[in-house]
Design a protein around this ligand. Sequence first.
Ligand code: A2P
Length: 291
Amino acid sequence: MSAPLIELNSGVEIPQLGLGVWQATSDEAEQAVRFAIDEAHYRHIDTAAAYGNEAGVGEGIASSSVLRADVFLTTKLWNADHGYERALAAVDTSLRTLGTDYVDLYLIHWPLQDRDQLMRTWDAMEKILADGKAHSIGVCNFEPHHLQALIDRGGVLPAVDQVELHPHLQQRELREFAGEHGIAIESWSPLGGTSGSGWGPNSKPNTVLSDPTIGDIAAKYGRSPAQIVIAWHIRSGLIVIPKSVHDDRIKQNISVFDFELDDEDMERIASLDSGERVGMHPDDMNLDAPS
Ligand code: A2P
């Protein structure tokens, strides 16, 4: 089973479902990536410099049975690398670590709080795009006001905005705003998070997979709660990157294209939006910002 493609505003196509690897070690990521490509038909891998596993991701792709060109690879610019020169150096470091000469998508990991510096970082992102080191550029964790700043600036718009998004945090306002500007939304922590404890100062445990409504719907379709949540992202038109380092879950998470949630179940899930985050609010994040 392979994921359908979505065309980004850059003209590049992205598989709607990919493998997330946050909190996987480099060795775990290598194994998970190879398995996902060779045994489960994933063609989209999402990593970040800050995950510390780009080397494993690169080795997983290189040692798989498919060509690098057949895998959509995303990595992200860490907070400490905001600023024009630092961003240009950071992409080169990521490419070296990944063992490739381009990424399909390069994202700013967090907007941070220095707006002028963010604009200089985006200048660098445009250069990275023009130099062919990334085939598309985008952002993560941008609220509408951050996107508006890039719209007002002119120039290349982000191809995607990758944000925390799951049935308990459905991000409707952001999705509408991004949609009006042709910016695709990618869901991080699409299953509600990578651990039982969440992260950040206001973090909550993962309550998505244990949500009774999701459980009811799972029983109705004879699917797992994770598959129901992923099917909801897919029918919502979102790009989704569930993380797992377990072979059975990696396979299960992409086995969602042979059924579709009906309207009634989409509405039941729509009613679960409590606005609860497992990660930090982007406006509060300034970790590792350059001084
Ligand atoms: P693991 O890697 O041990 O499988 P996210 O919302 O960030 O994608 O988080 C996914 C979390 O849920 C991870 O902790 C992952 O752990 C776990 N997970 C991934 N797939 C499944 C699944 N099919 N069923 C249950 N848990 C899953």
